[in-house]
Design a protein around this ligand. Sequence first.
Ligand SMILES: Nc1ncnc2c1ncn2[C@@H]1O[C@H](COP(=O)(O)OP(=O)(O)O)[C@@H](O)[C@H]1O
Ligand SMILES: [Mg+2]
Length: 324
Amino acid sequence: MLGKLSEMKNKIKGKERRTQFYFFSGKGGVGKSSCSSATALHFAKGGKKTLILSTDPAHSLSDSFEIKIGGEIKELRKNLYAIEIDPKKTMEEYKEKFSTNVEGMEMLSNLGLGDAFDIAGMTPGIDEMASLDKIMQFMNSNEYDAIVFDTAPTGHTLRLLSLPDVLDTWLGKMITLKMKFSGAIDMFKKFLPFGDSGDKPKIDADQLEVMKERLLQARALLTNPERTSYNIVTIAEEMSIYESQRSLEVLKEYNIPVKTIIVNQLVPENPSCKFCTARRGSQQKQLNKIHEIFGKYEIKEVPLFESEVHGFKMLEKVAKYLYG
Ligand SMILES: Nc1ncnc2c1ncn2[C@@H]1O[C@H](COP(=O)(O)OP(=O)(O)O)[C@@H](O)[C@H]1O
Ligand SMILES: [Mg+2]
Protein backbone atom coordinates (compact mmCIF):
# COMPACT_ATOMS: atom_id res chain seq x y z
CA MET A 1 0.00 0.00 0.00
CA LEU A 2 2.57 2.56 1.14
CA GLY A 3 4.93 1.40 -1.58
CA LYS A 4 2.23 1.96 -4.16
CA LEU A 5 1.48 5.39 -2.79
CA SER A 6 5.08 6.57 -3.04
CA GLU A 7 5.29 4.98 -6.45
CA MET A 8 2.30 7.07 -7.52
CA LYS A 9 3.82 10.20 -6.01
CA ASN A 10 7.03 9.59 -7.92
CA LYS A 11 5.10 9.16 -11.12
CA ILE A 12 3.31 12.42 -10.55
CA LYS A 13 6.64 14.12 -9.94
CA GLY A 14 7.78 12.65 -13.21
CA LYS A 15 10.54 10.52 -11.77
CA GLU A 16 10.01 6.87 -12.07
CA ARG A 17 12.93 5.30 -10.33
CA ARG A 18 13.94 1.72 -10.10
CA THR A 19 16.39 1.74 -7.27
CA GLN A 20 19.28 -0.68 -7.56
CA PHE A 21 20.46 -2.43 -4.42
CA TYR A 22 23.99 -3.49 -3.62
CA PHE A 23 24.89 -5.68 -0.67
CA PHE A 24 28.32 -6.49 0.69
CA SER A 25 28.77 -9.48 2.93
CA GLY A 26 31.80 -11.06 4.55
CA LYS A 27 33.28 -11.48 7.98
CA GLY A 28 34.52 -8.60 10.09
CA GLY A 29 37.61 -6.80 8.88
CA VAL A 30 37.73 -8.14 5.32
CA GLY A 31 36.74 -4.79 3.82
CA LYS A 32 32.95 -4.57 3.54
CA SER A 33 32.80 -0.94 4.63
CA SER A 34 35.74 -0.01 2.40
CA CYS A 35 34.27 -1.71 -0.68
CA SER A 36 30.73 -0.53 -0.11
CA SER A 37 31.85 3.04 0.54
CA ALA A 38 34.02 2.96 -2.57
CA THR A 39 31.04 1.65 -4.54
CA ALA A 40 28.72 4.36 -3.24
CA LEU A 41 31.27 7.05 -4.06
CA HIS A 42 31.72 5.59 -7.53
CA PHE A 43 27.97 5.72 -8.24
CA ALA A 44 27.60 9.22 -6.81
CA LYS A 45 30.43 10.49 -8.99
CA GLY A 46 28.70 8.87 -11.95
CA GLY A 47 25.65 11.05 -11.28
CA LYS A 48 23.49 8.53 -9.47
CA LYS A 49 21.70 9.65 -6.34
CA THR A 50 23.16 7.16 -3.90
CA LEU A 51 22.48 6.21 -0.30
CA ILE A 52 24.90 4.10 1.67
CA LEU A 53 23.43 2.44 4.72
CA SER A 54 25.14 0.63 7.55
CA THR A 55 23.64 -1.42 10.35
CA ASP A 56 27.01 -2.12 11.87
CA PRO A 57 27.13 -0.97 15.51
CA ALA A 58 30.82 -0.16 15.05
CA HIS A 59 29.75 2.67 12.70
CA SER A 60 32.60 2.19 10.31
CA LEU A 61 31.13 4.39 7.57
CA SER A 62 32.22 7.44 9.51
CA ASP A 63 35.76 6.04 9.43
CA SER A 64 35.60 5.11 5.75
CA PHE A 65 34.50 8.58 4.70
CA GLU A 66 36.24 10.42 7.54
CA ILE A 67 33.00 12.28 8.14
CA LYS A 68 30.87 11.90 11.24
CA ILE A 69 27.64 10.30 10.04
CA GLY A 70 25.06 8.93 12.49
CA GLY A 71 21.43 7.90 12.70
CA GLU A 72 20.03 10.50 10.30
CA ILE A 73 20.61 10.64 6.58
CA LYS A 74 23.53 12.95 5.89
CA GLU A 75 24.64 14.38 2.56
CA LEU A 76 28.37 13.72 2.20
CA ARG A 77 28.80 15.33 -1.20
CA LYS A 78 26.77 15.77 -4.36
CA ASN A 79 24.57 12.70 -4.88
CA LEU A 80 26.05 10.87 -1.91
CA TYR A 81 24.02 10.24 1.24
CA ALA A 82 24.83 8.05 4.22
CA ILE A 83 23.18 6.77 7.36
CA GLU A 84 24.40 4.59 10.19
CA ILE A 85 21.54 2.72 11.76
CA ASP A 86 22.08 1.45 15.26
CA PRO A 87 20.56 -2.05 15.32
CA LYS A 88 20.40 -2.10 19.11
CA LYS A 89 18.52 1.17 19.22
CA THR A 90 16.20 0.03 16.44
CA MET A 91 15.48 -3.14 18.34
CA GLU A 92 14.89 -1.28 21.59
CA GLU A 93 12.37 0.94 19.83
CA TYR A 94 10.56 -2.10 18.56
CA LYS A 95 10.70 -3.82 21.89
CA GLU A 96 9.26 -0.80 23.60
CA LYS A 97 6.49 -0.69 21.06
CA PHE A 98 5.68 -4.34 21.16
CA SER A 99 7.07 -5.48 24.52
CA THR A 100 7.86 -9.10 23.83
CA ASN A 101 7.56 -11.49 26.68
CA VAL A 102 8.21 -15.13 27.26
CA GLU A 103 4.82 -15.63 28.85
CA GLY A 104 3.15 -14.74 25.57
CA MET A 105 5.40 -17.09 23.69
CA GLU A 106 4.23 -19.95 25.85
CA MET A 107 0.66 -19.01 25.24
CA LEU A 108 1.32 -19.06 21.51
CA SER A 109 2.59 -22.56 21.61
CA ASN A 110 -0.37 -23.57 23.74
CA LEU A 111 -2.54 -22.27 20.95
CA GLY A 112 -0.62 -24.41 18.49
CA LEU A 113 0.98 -21.38 16.86
CA GLY A 114 4.45 -21.74 18.31
CA ASP A 115 5.51 -23.80 15.32
CA ALA A 116 4.67 -21.09 12.88
CA PHE A 117 6.95 -18.73 14.75
CA ASP A 118 9.71 -21.28 14.87
CA ILE A 119 9.62 -22.06 11.19
CA ALA A 120 9.73 -18.40 10.39
CA GLY A 121 12.61 -17.85 12.76
CA MET A 122 10.48 -15.54 14.80
CA THR A 123 11.30 -16.96 18.18
CA PRO A 124 14.42 -14.91 18.76
CA GLY A 125 13.56 -12.83 15.73
CA ILE A 126 12.21 -9.50 16.91
CA ASP A 127 15.61 -7.87 16.33
CA GLU A 128 15.91 -9.32 12.86
CA MET A 129 12.39 -8.27 12.03
CA ALA A 130 13.28 -4.80 13.22
CA SER A 131 16.31 -4.53 10.94
CA LEU A 132 14.57 -6.09 7.97
CA ASP A 133 11.71 -3.68 8.47
CA LYS A 134 14.14 -0.77 8.54
CA ILE A 135 15.87 -2.03 5.41
CA MET A 136 12.50 -2.41 3.73
CA GLN A 137 11.55 1.18 4.44
CA PHE A 138 14.56 2.31 2.45
CA MET A 139 14.15 -0.30 -0.25
CA ASN A 140 10.61 0.86 -0.96
CA SER A 141 11.23 4.58 -0.88
CA ASN A 142 12.33 5.01 -4.52
CA GLU A 143 14.25 8.08 -3.39
CA TYR A 144 17.58 6.92 -4.71
CA ASP A 145 19.03 5.47 -7.88
CA ALA A 146 21.25 3.20 -5.86
CA ILE A 147 21.22 2.01 -2.28
CA VAL A 148 24.40 0.41 -1.05
CA PHE A 149 24.24 -1.72 2.08
CA ASP A 150 27.47 -1.96 3.99
CA THR A 151 26.32 -5.33 5.30
CA ALA A 152 24.06 -8.01 3.91
CA PRO A 153 21.15 -9.52 5.82
CA THR A 154 22.30 -12.51 7.84
CA GLY A 155 20.87 -16.01 7.61
CA HIS A 156 18.55 -15.19 10.49
CA THR A 157 17.13 -12.14 8.78
CA LEU A 158 16.75 -14.03 5.53
CA ARG A 159 14.70 -16.66 7.27
CA LEU A 160 12.02 -14.03 7.73
CA LEU A 161 11.54 -14.05 3.98
CA SER A 162 9.82 -17.41 4.39
CA LEU A 163 7.26 -15.84 6.67
CA PRO A 164 4.70 -15.12 3.95
CA ASP A 165 4.42 -18.83 3.23
CA VAL A 166 3.98 -19.53 6.90
CA LEU A 167 1.51 -16.71 7.21
CA ASP A 168 -0.63 -18.30 4.55
CA THR A 169 -1.23 -21.29 6.71
CA TRP A 170 -1.50 -19.02 9.69
CA LEU A 171 -4.07 -16.63 8.41
CA GLY A 172 -6.88 -19.11 8.40
CA LYS A 173 -5.98 -20.08 11.92
CA MET A 174 -5.87 -16.47 12.98
CA ILE A 175 -9.26 -15.58 11.72
CA THR A 176 -10.88 -18.47 13.50
CA LEU A 177 -8.92 -17.70 16.59
CA LYS A 178 -9.91 -14.08 16.46
CA MET A 179 -13.49 -15.07 16.91
CA LYS A 180 -12.81 -17.66 19.54
CA PHE A 181 -10.29 -15.87 21.70
CA SER A 182 -10.16 -12.17 21.06
CA GLY A 183 -7.72 -11.91 23.95
CA ALA A 184 -5.26 -14.06 22.08
CA ILE A 185 -5.37 -11.72 19.14
CA ASP A 186 -4.51 -8.76 21.34
CA MET A 187 -1.46 -10.65 22.40
CA PHE A 188 -0.14 -10.85 18.87
CA LYS A 189 0.47 -7.15 18.81
CA LYS A 190 3.21 -7.76 21.31
CA PHE A 191 5.18 -9.87 18.91
CA LEU A 192 4.74 -8.49 15.49
CA PRO A 193 6.36 -5.21 14.61
CA PHE A 194 3.97 -3.35 12.36
CA GLY A 195 5.25 -0.12 10.92
CA ASP A 196 2.29 2.17 11.26
CA SER A 197 0.44 0.69 14.17
CA GLY A 198 0.73 3.74 16.39
CA ASP A 199 0.28 3.61 20.12
CA LYS A 200 -2.42 1.01 20.29
CA PRO A 201 -1.64 -1.52 17.61
CA LYS A 202 -4.54 -3.77 16.82
CA ILE A 203 -3.54 -6.82 14.90
CA ASP A 204 -6.12 -8.16 12.54
CA ALA A 205 -6.12 -10.14 9.36
CA ASP A 206 -5.71 -6.95 7.32
CA GLN A 207 -2.52 -6.06 9.06
CA LEU A 208 -1.19 -9.53 8.64
CA GLU A 209 -1.91 -9.13 4.96
CA VAL A 210 0.02 -5.85 4.92
CA MET A 211 2.94 -7.49 6.63
CA LYS A 212 2.81 -10.40 4.26
CA GLU A 213 2.73 -8.02 1.33
CA ARG A 214 5.79 -6.22 2.61
CA LEU A 215 7.74 -9.39 3.07
CA LEU A 216 6.73 -10.64 -0.36
CA GLN A 217 7.95 -7.37 -1.79
CA ALA A 218 11.24 -7.71 0.05
CA ARG A 219 11.63 -11.22 -1.22
CA ALA A 220 10.86 -10.19 -4.77
CA LEU A 221 13.42 -7.38 -4.61
CA LEU A 222 16.13 -9.37 -2.89
CA THR A 223 15.86 -12.24 -5.32
CA ASN A 224 15.65 -10.11 -8.46
CA PRO A 225 19.08 -10.04 -10.13
CA GLU A 226 18.02 -6.99 -12.13
CA ARG A 227 17.50 -4.96 -8.99
CA THR A 228 19.85 -6.48 -6.45
CA SER A 229 23.56 -7.28 -6.61
CA TYR A 230 25.26 -9.29 -3.94
CA ASN A 231 28.97 -8.95 -3.40
CA ILE A 232 30.89 -11.27 -1.17
CA VAL A 233 34.05 -9.72 0.21
CA THR A 234 36.80 -12.09 1.22
CA ILE A 235 40.53 -12.20 1.78
CA ALA A 236 42.91 -14.82 0.42
CA GLU A 237 42.93 -16.91 3.56
CA GLU A 238 41.48 -20.34 4.15
CA MET A 239 39.07 -19.33 6.89
CA SER A 240 37.67 -16.43 4.92
CA ILE A 241 37.20 -18.60 1.83
CA TYR A 242 35.35 -21.15 3.91
CA GLU A 243 33.15 -18.43 5.33
CA SER A 244 32.35 -17.16 1.84
CA GLN A 245 31.33 -20.62 0.72
CA ARG A 246 28.94 -20.86 3.61
CA SER A 247 27.40 -17.47 2.85
CA LEU A 248 26.93 -18.53 -0.74
CA GLU A 249 25.08 -21.62 0.39
CA VAL A 250 22.75 -19.64 2.62
CA LEU A 251 22.06 -17.10 -0.10
CA LYS A 252 21.39 -19.86 -2.59
CA GLU A 253 18.86 -21.34 -0.22
CA TYR A 254 16.87 -18.12 -0.54
CA ASN A 255 17.45 -17.77 -4.28
CA ILE A 256 19.47 -14.64 -3.77
CA PRO A 257 21.79 -14.18 -6.70
CA VAL A 258 25.42 -13.42 -5.96
CA LYS A 259 27.26 -11.58 -8.68
CA THR A 260 30.73 -10.79 -7.49
CA ILE A 261 33.42 -12.09 -5.19
CA ILE A 262 35.83 -9.38 -4.10
CA VAL A 263 39.23 -10.59 -2.93
CA ASN A 264 40.63 -7.78 -0.84
CA GLN A 265 43.98 -7.01 0.76
CA LEU A 266 46.18 -8.87 -1.70
CA VAL A 267 49.84 -8.17 -0.96
CA PRO A 268 51.47 -6.60 -4.01
CA GLU A 269 54.67 -7.89 -5.53
CA ASN A 270 57.80 -6.60 -3.83
CA PRO A 271 60.91 -8.69 -4.48
CA SER A 272 63.04 -6.69 -2.05
CA CYS A 273 60.76 -7.57 0.87
CA LYS A 274 61.15 -11.15 2.06
CA PHE A 275 58.15 -10.99 4.34
CA CYS A 276 55.89 -9.52 1.63
CA THR A 277 57.04 -12.17 -0.84
CA ALA A 278 56.22 -14.97 1.59
CA ARG A 279 52.80 -13.47 2.41
CA ARG A 280 52.11 -12.93 -1.24
CA GLY A 281 53.09 -16.52 -2.05
CA SER A 282 50.61 -17.95 0.42
CA GLN A 283 47.89 -15.53 -0.71
CA GLN A 284 48.41 -16.39 -4.38
CA LYS A 285 47.87 -20.06 -3.55
CA GLN A 286 44.59 -19.21 -1.86
CA LEU A 287 43.71 -16.91 -4.73
CA ASN A 288 44.08 -19.80 -7.17
CA LYS A 289 41.79 -21.81 -4.94
CA ILE A 290 39.27 -18.95 -5.01
CA HIS A 291 39.30 -18.99 -8.80
CA GLU A 292 38.72 -22.75 -8.75
CA ILE A 293 35.89 -22.67 -6.22
CA PHE A 294 34.16 -19.48 -7.33
CA GLY A 295 34.91 -19.74 -11.02
CA LYS A 296 31.36 -19.01 -12.09
CA TYR A 297 31.28 -15.64 -10.33
CA GLU A 298 32.91 -12.43 -11.34
CA ILE A 299 36.09 -12.19 -9.26
CA LYS A 300 37.59 -8.80 -8.48
CA GLU A 301 40.93 -8.26 -6.82
CA VAL A 302 41.90 -5.33 -4.60
CA PRO A 303 45.47 -4.92 -3.35
CA LEU A 304 46.52 -4.24 0.20
CA PHE A 305 47.36 -0.56 0.40
CA GLU A 306 50.07 1.04 2.49
CA SER A 307 47.49 2.92 4.50
CA GLU A 308 43.97 2.25 5.67
CA VAL A 309 41.05 2.95 3.39
CA HIS A 310 39.87 6.20 4.96
CA GLY A 311 38.72 9.29 3.09
CA PHE A 312 37.55 9.99 -0.45
CA LYS A 313 41.03 9.68 -1.97
CA MET A 314 41.58 6.14 -0.72
CA LEU A 315 38.00 5.16 -1.56
CA GLU A 316 38.58 6.35 -5.11
CA LYS A 317 41.62 4.09 -5.25
CA VAL A 318 39.55 1.10 -4.18
CA ALA A 319 36.82 2.03 -6.65
CA LYS A 320 39.39 2.04 -9.44
CA TYR A 321 40.16 -1.62 -8.74
CA LEU A 322 36.49 -2.50 -8.44
CA TYR A 323 35.10 -0.56 -11.39
CA GLY A 324 38.09 0.39 -13.53
N1 LIG B 1 42.82 -3.06 0.57
C1 LIG B 1 43.08 -2.51 1.75
N2 LIG B 1 44.30 -2.00 2.02
C2 LIG B 1 44.56 -1.44 3.22
N3 LIG B 1 43.69 -1.37 4.23
C3 LIG B 1 42.45 -1.87 4.03
C4 LIG B 1 42.08 -2.48 2.78
N4 LIG B 1 40.79 -2.87 2.88
C5 LIG B 1 40.38 -2.54 4.11
N5 LIG B 1 41.38 -1.96 4.82
C6 LIG B 1 41.33 -1.49 6.21
O1 LIG B 1 41.06 -2.62 7.00
C7 LIG B 1 40.16 -2.30 8.05
C8 LIG B 1 38.91 -3.15 7.92
O2 LIG B 1 38.24 -2.78 6.72
P1 LIG B 1 36.66 -2.51 6.69
O3 LIG B 1 36.33 -2.06 5.33
O4 LIG B 1 36.28 -1.64 7.83
O5 LIG B 1 36.15 -4.00 6.95
P2 LIG B 1 34.71 -4.55 7.40
O6 LIG B 1 33.72 -3.50 7.13
O7 LIG B 1 34.51 -5.79 6.59
O8 LIG B 1 34.84 -4.87 8.86
C9 LIG B 1 39.89 -0.83 7.93
O9 LIG B 1 40.74 -0.15 8.79
C10 LIG B 1 40.22 -0.51 6.48
O10 LIG B 1 40.64 0.81 6.31
MG1 LIG C 1 32.41 -2.52 8.45
